[in-house]
Every structure is written in C-alpha cells, then in structure tokens.
Design a protein around this ligand. Structure first.
Ligand SMILES: [Zn+2]
Ligand SMILES: [Zn+2]
Length: 167
C-alpha cells in the first residue's frame, strides 16, 4: 500500500493512518522462508510543521526451528519504527531517516527492514535444550539413548588394557 505524500505535504499539520496485512511468504532469510504467517502493519504518516514522519508497528509469527533439536518453533516477532521521511536525494539513510524515492511511501519499505533486524540467527526451544544425539539422531530431551556410553566404552576398554598391562 502506497501512501500519497503530496496531500500530506500541502498541510501544515496532519496525518494519514495505515493498517494492512502483507504477504512475505516468498521472502528468504538464512536459507529458509520463515514468514509463513500474515505480517501486520499499522501506524501513521504525519506532517509536523513540514517534517514528514512515519511511526508504526509491524508484527508476525516467525516460523523457525530449534537450532539444537530441530523442533518447529513459532516466534512472535514485533518491531517499531519512528522515521523521518526525507525527499532530499542526497540524504544518507540512517537508523531514523528514510530517503523517499518519489512522492509516496510504502510503509512496508520502512517497517519490514525493522522487523528483519529483530530476527536472531538461531533460536532454541528452551535454554537447556539437550539437542539430538549426533550418533542415532534421538531427541535427547525425550529419550536417553545409550550411544554416549558406547562412545565412552572403547576408551574405558583402552584404559583397562593399560592398567592390566601394568599388573
Ligand atoms: Zn530444542
Ligand atoms: Zn544416540
């Protein structure tokens, strides 16, 4: 949704609210498509004594998996933005400055980057997730496989042999 700024610029004070749901299902991040839920945007674009500003909130469910046990995880992700909109083509984009490319603004162009900044590289289902067994793939949060013991046994056997030699 594009918001026409010509009308707003003509006013000394005024604002145009926005509220929309966008689809980012095809968006790729870290090799996955994590935005499978609708992405909700709301806020307003205002003109305060000639300064155009966009304030808004974006939220969605981020679909990912635990980095250790691969269990699917739904993370509630939200971000806020409060940006001055500049039509100066020489202006440098900053944290709180968005450079316009025409006389309209699409709130998604401002808010989606803010949302992506909130994404962590990895998520865990719980702080002390035990992960999957590297040998048999069992989820160690729910089962105790005996791979660990089998891995240790040969070393004990070697130690045993050394001790036996010494006798
Ligand atoms: Zn986990
Ligand atoms: Zn195992």
């Amino acid at each position: 949704m594009k918001i026409d700024l010509k009308q707003l610029s003509a006013l000394h004070h005024g604002s145009i609210p926005f509220e929309e749901t966008i689809d980012l299902r095809e968006e790729t991040l870290y090799g996955a498509k994590p935005f499978q839920s609708p992405v909700q945007l709301s806020g307003e674009v205002s003109n305060e004594s000639g300064v155009l500003r966009l304030k808004g909130t974006i939220k969605t469910i981020y679909s990912t998996a635990c980095a250790r046990c691969l269990k699917p995880l739904d993370i509630l992700l939200t971000a806020q933005a409060d940006m001055v909109l500049s039509d100066d083509p020489d202006a440098v984009e900053e944290d709180d400055l968005f450079v316009l490319t025409g006389d309209s603004v699409d709130p998604a162009d401002v808010l989606v980057p803010a949302l992506i900044l909130q994404v962590q590289m990895t998520y865990l289902c719980k702080e002390d997730c035990k992960g999957l067994c590297p040998h048999c793939g069992a989820d160690r949060n729910v089962t105790d496989c005996d791979c660990e013991k089998k891995q240790i046994d040969p070393r004990f056997a070697a130690l045993r042999a050394l001790l036996d030699e010494g006798e």
